[in-house]
Design a binder for this molecule. Structure first.
Ligand SMILES: C[S@@+](CC[C@H](N)C(=O)[O-])C[C@H]1O[C@@H](n2cnc3c(N)ncnc32)[C@H](O)[C@@H]1O
Length: 296
């Protein structure tokens, strides 16, 4: 089956290139506010960050087909000693945009991922009550739905082509609200400077919530993980990313970098670079500079 992929460079607060109700699934991971290391100082304040999520939620509701799903990978964030309730605030924002809050899946990273941090180690220096600050091994995948899905709208043939492998489902505990998945390891080249999620995350979501031949959107595309997996699973895709410099990385990841790495020659990639609009392009260089300025 031939698939089509659209990569848009611009700000996803507006999605003018995408028509109403044309998307069948949204899988995405927005920046985690001003997360230390990844997005330190990117937003001037928390209200500005929530404003971005608010625009994205409204646009997501517009572009998504009736009955379909948004899977939002987010987590609360500790910035300069303040814990921001991002999951709760984002849930409210998506509800206010019209979505029904359907489920929350917890993604657990392997135990070996964390060593005892300075923060959680405080109690070892002071082994008394009130010195406890736990290290976080978890992230959330919040599932929202737009209206009701019409199961009869899918043909028998497409249902069969999209069938979920029951062994894969059972052996990997997909039925639980706790998904154990290995995170992308630091040092992996295609994900440098981008807080990428592991392929397993969009893989499960795309298989569980979309049919073959449908279109999956990731408005915070990063290195292109969602587009890569959508292509592998015979779905079309649309990705939006604000960092113009990521094109090469994304092309390499999704297999459109050289003609030899195209795994199905009939697949098609279109690239749109917004020339107008109020949103400026951000480059990796700009982010690096901003980060180092804020850190001084
Ligand atoms: C957490 S990363 C996504 C990583 C992605 N899931 C992956 O596997 O590579 C968030 C991405 O959103 C991009 N971004 C941030 N604000 C944006 C905006 N307003 N519009 C479009 N992209 C944005 C960032 O540049 C970053 O690449």
């Amino acid at each position: 089956m031939k698939t089509r992929h659209k990569l848009i460079f611009g700000n996803c607060m507006e999605m003018n290139e995408i028509s109403d109700s044309s998307i069948h699934l949204i899988v995405t991971s927005p920046p985690y506010y001003n997360a230390p290391f990844d997005y330190d100082g990117l937003f001037s304040n928390y209200e500005q960050y929530l404003g971005v999520l608010n625009h994205v939620a409204k646009e997501s509701f517009r572009v998504l087909s009736e009955g379909r799903i948004v899977a939002l990978n987010i987590d609360d964030m500790l910035v300069n000693g303040t814990k921001y309730p991002i999951v709760a605030d984002a849930t409210k924002i998506f509800q206010d945009a019209g979505f029904r809050y359907r489920d929350r899946i917890i993604w657990k990273k392997p135990d070996g991922y964390l060593r005892i941090s300075k923060r959680s180690g405080v109690i070892l220096q002071n082994p008394f009550p009130m010195y406890f600050y736990p290290d976080n091994l978890l992230e959330s995948i919040v599932i929202f739905q737009k209206g009701k899905f019409d199961y009869r709208s899918i043909s028998k043939e497409i249902r069969e082509l999209s069938k979920i492998d029951k062994k894969e489902f059972q052996n990997n505990n997909w039925h639980k609200t706790l998904w154990e998945m290995t995170n992308v390891l630091p040092g992996s080249t295609l994900e440098k400077n981008v807080a990428a999620f592991p392929e397993q995350l969009p893989y499960r979501i795309i298989k569980l919530y979309s049919y073959v031949g449908e279109t999956v959107l990731d408005p915070f595309l990063g290195s292109g993980t969602t587009m890569k997996v959508a292509r592998l699973l015979k779905r079309n895709s649309v990705g939006i990313e604000i960092i113009r410099d990521l094109e090469k990385i994304i092309r390499m990841k999704i297999g459109f970098y050289t003609s030899s790495d195209i795994f199905n020659n009939e697949d098609h990639l279109e690239i749109i670079e917004r020339k107008t609009g109020k949103y400026k392009f951000v480059t990796l260089e700009y982010i690096e500079k901003k980060k180092s300025k804020e850190n001084k």
